[in-house]
Design a protein around this ligand. Sequence first.
Ligand code: HEM
Length: 145
Amino acid sequence: MALSRTQRRVARIVLDVGLLIGFALEFITREGPDYDLHSWIGVVLIPIVAVHLATNWSWVKATMRRRGDHPEWSLARFNAVFGLVTAICIVTGFPIWLDWSDSGAWSTVHTVTGFASLIMMVSHLWRNRSRIRTMVGRRRSVAVA
Ligand code: HEM
């Protein structure tokens, strides 16, 4: 069954709010004591991030195609670094959580990329503020009309 435009927009808002809540919960649970909870939230974030990426894929392709000629090329580069840092953070969580290795390097890399991705999430929201306003605001104008 195909979703209407409004249903798709509401689904995107729910997904993006879920992603934001997930990051906030990662911050809150970062010092335990229950690292299972912190880790499972991270696992749940993986498909949410994948769908978030898929819903924005046409924009990603457009910026990659036009590169420096695209007006949002700098945002696209920032997003790519943000995605990479978050991916490293999530991947390095596993050897610590599941005791695959005794090396303290995993913990160092995870902590550094964890804090970096939390900070970059704030910047990501700020740099996308007009897009977020449009996505959330359109409903109000429809309701008023
Ligand atoms: C975007 C997702 C994530 C963020 C932002 C994040 C963030 C952080 C931060 C900042 C810390 C350091 C806490 C401190 O020492 O002050 C931490 C610790 C930890 N995280 Fe994550 N994390 C994420 C995903 C995950 C995942 C997916 C796992 C497991 C699969 C995980 C497992 C752990 C564990 C076990 C620790 C304790 C590290 C230690 O003992 O040094 N995290 N996380």
